[in-house]
Every structure is written in structure tokens, then in C-alpha cells.
Design a protein around this ligand. Sequence first.
Ligand SMILES: C[S@@+](CC[C@H](N)C(=O)[O-])C[C@H]1O[C@@H](n2cnc3c(N)ncnc32)[C@H](O)[C@@H]1O
Length: 224
Amino acid sequence: MTHASHSTHSSNDWYESGYDLARGLAAYTGSALVDGIARVIAKHPQANIANAFNHKQVQCKLWARDALLKSAGSVYGRIVVLGGWYGVLPAMLLEDPRFNIAAIDSFDIDPAVELVARTLNSGFGDRFRAVTADMYAIDYLSLNAELVVNTSCEHIADLGAWLRLVPSGTRVLLQSNDYFSEPSHINCVSSLDEFQAKAALARVDFAGALPMKKYTRFMLIGSV
Ligand SMILES: C[S@@+](CC[C@H](N)C(=O)[O-])C[C@H]1O[C@@H](n2cnc3c(N)ncnc32)[C@H](O)[C@@H]1O
């Protein structure tokens, strides 16, 4: 293919090709998550699902999934995810045969992501729920969560104030990063030590750093 013919591809062609490719990948892999991505491309063309499912995002969530399994086990009643965006991590957890998870609720303050998260997770039936809510305004006691997950700690103003809302003894998985240059990151940390100090968990089962090309991601698993 010449450069000239390459450049005649319109963005619409790419959109159609992306959809076809995702459907093919879903058929080939039998993955409910990949099928969900194809459905999102078709139903919510405005959603930036390619950003939420880029290889760096996936790598950070694979890291979370493996560390969770090792440090906290495989069986969960209700898991609650805060700042859950399009629901990629819930889909990755619900699809993973190593886990036995009854239900995952994903809360996000942005009303635009709720329907997208539902479409992405439509293969998991009523085991997945997406709700529009501010994580500072949720009654955590009534949720009865066995695990509270927040991989968006760099997006919230006061990590300590939010964690104090979570009933003491609850298991948590938290991620943040040192990607200060991204404008939507209002509360990055410079190191794992700083993250641990800010979170001040009552018990820490896992604390680690995952160096990426442009930044390092930090993760804590423990209890409040
Ligand atoms: C860009 S996304 C997630 C990035 C992160 N690296 C990840 O995938 O886990 C951050 C999300 O946090 C949400 N968010 C920010 N403040 C929130 C709040 N107070 N309550 C609930 N969700 C919030 C945003 O709407 C957004 O969807």
C-alpha cells in the first residue's frame, strides 16, 4: 500500500475497522470483556475506550489482579470499585476464572461513564452494577463491601478523608502514581512511602511500585 492510498483512509473507516477487529477478537478469544469492548465501540462511539484499555492501563490492572489473588485470595462477596470509569477492572476480575466473585459495583462521579460501563460489562449480567455517585457521598456501611478498590487515587483531592468513610477493618486495594504532568491528576504521590503515609492503612498486606515508561504506579493492599 502506498503512503497516498494509506492517507485516504477516513476516520470512519478506522471506526468501522476497530469495531470489526474487536468483534473478531471477541469471537476468537471467547472473551466477554472483548465482546463488551466491541459493543461499546458500536453503542458509545464518543467513549474513549481505547484510552481506558490501552496496554499501560491493562498492565496496571493485571498487576492489581495478580497481587490481589496472592495477598487476599480468590473468593469475594461484594467488591466495590470507586472512580471505576468504564468498568475495565471489574470486567477483568469477573472474567478471571481464578476468582469467585459474587458481585462488583462500580461508582463514578461522571454520569457519562455509567452506560458505557454497563455495556462493557453486559456479559456478566446482574453480577455487575454501575452507579453515578461521588465517592465522598456514599454510605459505605450499607454497601457491605468485602473489598473496596480505588485505582484512581491520583484523581481525588483528599485520600485520607475518603478512606475515613470506609468502615474500619474493610479490605482495600489502592493505586496512585507520580504522573504529575497529567492535568486531571490532582493528587499524585512522589514515592511508595508517601502513598503509604497518606493512606495510613491499619494493616498492609502488599505495597509495591510498577515502573512504567513515563511514570511509576504504586499499589497498596491491606485494611483500613
Ligand atoms: C481517568 S479515570 C481512572 C484512571 C485510573 N488510572 C484507572 O483506570 O483506574 C478516573 C475516574 O475517577 C472519577 N472520579 C474522580 N473523582 C471522583 C469522585 N469524587 N467520586 C467518584 N469518581 C470520581 C472520574 O470521573 C474518572 O472516571
